[in-house]
Design a protein around this ligand. Structure first.
Ligand code: TA6
Length: 280
């Protein structure tokens, strides 16, 4: 494990382990890259990702918290909350035969209070090995309840989006946010020939079958009632400055989330954990 600041003020942990290679930015406690030993990268990182303090990274696993998408009542607040656009404190970095365990903490301060007026401690625990596990724990340090929505917004590298099959969400209801927002029902597996941006009411695992790369990626989760599936396709890719126009062919987001009906109410002193595990 080495901590470097190739970009001044932007510390990144580089992990070279027998089980995997990875990079994790302290900005956002953000897993940027992960490749199990002997495999090509599993996470997608945009070549145009902006690596600047305070800016979200396009790719890897953005931590979207304590709200998912736009702030529920104030559109001037940052998309996807306050976690991915500020530095987290590295509390632990342990190496074992199984891999590397990192633990980051974010506590409320005057800045976060401006954006989200609650007392909290958020902890991100990352296990980097043959599998990748990210857990986000929210601890309510205040004396009143609060509600969060959240997503571990995992970008997966795929060989060719038009040949991808996503299994595990058949017969599930979802909120389709493309065009007119409406509830729909998923029959059969998910394939891609247009923009897809759907919030499935599901607690189960998902598999991404990628014949072009000859592999199947499994995304398991705990503490999550929503699975978000997103590919921007052509037009939205063009609108995203930190994403090459053609990049939509090579990635897919499978996000362990809590949004809509699965928003989480956390009582004073209580805590909640959402976890995602990615493996081949
Ligand atoms: O993945 C769901 C989503 O809300 C999409 O609508 C898209 O906006 C994506 O997140 C990325 O959001 P970002 O703020 O990172 O550009």
């Amino acid at each position: 494990i080495t901590l470097t600041e190739a970009i001044p003020g932007y510390p990144v942990l580089t992990i070279h382990h027998t089980t995997c290679l990875a990079r994790v930015a302290l900005n956002g406690a953000h897993v940027m890259e992960w490749a199990p030993a002997g495999q090509s990268p599993v996470l997608y990182l945009s070549p145009q990702a902006v690596l600047e303090p305070g800016k979200p990274i396009r790719g890897g696993i953005p931590i979207c918290w304590p709200w998912f998408n736009a702030h529920p009542s104030d559109a001037t607040k940052p998309m996807h909350g306050i976690a991915r656009n500020r530095p987290w404190t590295l509390k632990k970095a342990n190496e074992s035969e199984a891999g590397v365990k990192l633990m980051f903490v974010l506590c409320n301060d005057a800045e976060t209070h401006e954006l989200w007026p609650h007392g909290f401690e958020a902890q991100v625990t990352i296990l980097l090995g043959q599998k990748l596990e990210v857990s986000l724990e929210t601890i309510n340090k205040s004396d009143s309840s609060f509600v969060i929505t959240e997503a571990l917004h995992t970008y997966l590298t795929v060989g060719d989006i038009s040949k991808i099959t996503v299994k595990g969400l058949a017969d599930t209801d979802y909120l389709d946010t493309v065009g007119e927002r409406m509830m729909r029902h998923q029959t059969g597996d998910i394939t891609f020939d247009r923009e897809v941006d759907r919030q499935y009411a599901s607690t189960g695992a998902v598999t991404v079958e990628d014949p072009a790369l000859g592999r199947i990626i499994t995304v398991e989760k705990e503490g999550s009632g929503t699975t978000v599936v997103w590919n921007p396709w052509i037009e939205k890719s063009k609108r995203l400055a930190d994403l090459p126009d053609e990049a939509y062919h090579q990635f897919l987001c499978i996000e362990a989330a809590n949004a809509g009906d699965s928003a989480v109410t956390i009582g004073p002193g209580a805590s909640h954990v959402i976890r995602t595990v990615v493996h081949l």
